[in-house]
Design a protein around this ligand. Structure first.
Ligand code: NDP
Length: 294
């Protein structure tokens, strides 16, 4: 029997808290004559993407937004998608555009991201938003790393002066989280597949973020006693179970607080998408006082 000492971080409750704040501000925006509008673009039939899009649609409806999913066949051309993005950019009722990734083979996701109006890029992947994050300027921040920061805030875990280690350097999670933590005055180490002595580096972390995509790679003895562990990974095992990048059961005996998978970081991603859409709508309509964050 493994002794549990960590607090399990309830991502569902934390996400509900964010979504309640979004709903409240949505009401206020509506009272000023603005209904936040989100369009999700889904290309092809990827089963996981279908589920994600359905969940986003449901969350946006619950927030009080106007939401629609634009579906296109996997055979859609890049030119057709670019034309769709331009049309949505020009539509004043649309404040947020999300192109569900990954796209079918042959389509260039980067080029589509560049075509988005950065003010409507609620995934925070347009180069202008990436640059804003690096510069500490106002922009839209990728939802998953923003959700990790929100979890720290709700835990009362200040990052100032802390050693933060991020495993993973993607533009979606690892790098933006590192910039967000740096902006909060953490001392940040970014690790990746070529990092030497990964367990030793991880053991230095007061806050450890795993965003790799390898089931239960992070072992209990990689964790500093009492550390906060945020597990971003979502991995499906052959037996159908979903697990994170951290060996949750054993890590729980060492960490101070840890997110489970599922029910940890995942729900925060959708909640932060709602927060980004609200922010985009508030700024675009001249009601920036209702926006979240910078
Ligand atoms: P990517 O595949 O883009 O990046 C994975 C990163 O992990 C890369 O930087 C890679 O290094 C690094 N890596 C791979 N193997 C190792 C290793 N053995 N040791 C150390 N580092 C390694 O993935 P994402 O960032 O998009 O996603 C990461 C995980 O998070 C996935 O499981 C994904 O499903 C999940 N996810 C969850 C979300 C949520 O809402 N909870 C949202 C987004 C993602 P290198 O750069 O050298 O290749």
């Amino acid at each position: 029997m493994i002794e549990t000492r960590a607090r399990t971080i309830d991502g569902k409750a934390a996400a509900q808290h964010v979504r309640a704040r979004v709903r409240e501000r949505c009401e206020q925006l509506k009272a000023r004559g603005v209904t936040p509008g989100l369009v999700v673009v889904l290309v092809g039939e990827d089963p996981a993407s279908q589920v994600y899009v359905k969940n986003k649609d449901k969350a946006a409806t619950e927030a009080g937004f106007s939401v629609r999913t634009v579906r296109r066949a996997a055979t859609t051309t890049q030119a057709e998608l670019l034309a769709l993005v331009r049309e949505l950019n020009a539509d004043g009722t649309v404040h947020g555009i999300l192109v569900q990734l990954p796209l079918p083979k042959g389509l260039d996701a980067q080029a589509l991201m560049r075509a988005l109006d950065p003010a409507k890029d609620v995934d925070g992947l347009h180069p202008e938003n990436v640059a804003a994050l690096a510069l500490g300027a106002r922009g839209l921040v990728p939802c998953t790393p923003a959700g990790c920061i929100e979890l720290c805030d709700q835990l009362g875990c200040s990052l100032a002066g802390k050693r933060v280690v991020v495993i993973g350097r993607s533009m979606l999670v690892g790098k933006p989280f590192a910039f967000l933590a740096l902006a909060r005055d953490a001392t940040v180490t970014i690790c990746h597949s070529r990092t030497s002595d990964l367990p030793i580096l991880c053991r230095e972390a007061d806050v450890l973020v795993a965003a790799v995509g390898r089931p239960e790679m992070v072992k209990a003895d990689w964790i500093k006693p009492g550390a906060v562990v945020l597990d971003v990974g979502i991995n499906r095992l052959p037996d159908g179970r979903l697990v994170g990048d951290v060996d949750f059961v054993r890590a729980s005996a060492v960490a101070g607080a840890i997110t489970p998978v599922p029910g940890g970081v995942g729900p925060m991603t959708i909640a932060m998408l709602m927060a980004n859409t609200l922010t985009a709508a508030a700024r675009a309509s001249g009601h920036a006082d209702l926006a979240f964050g910078r």
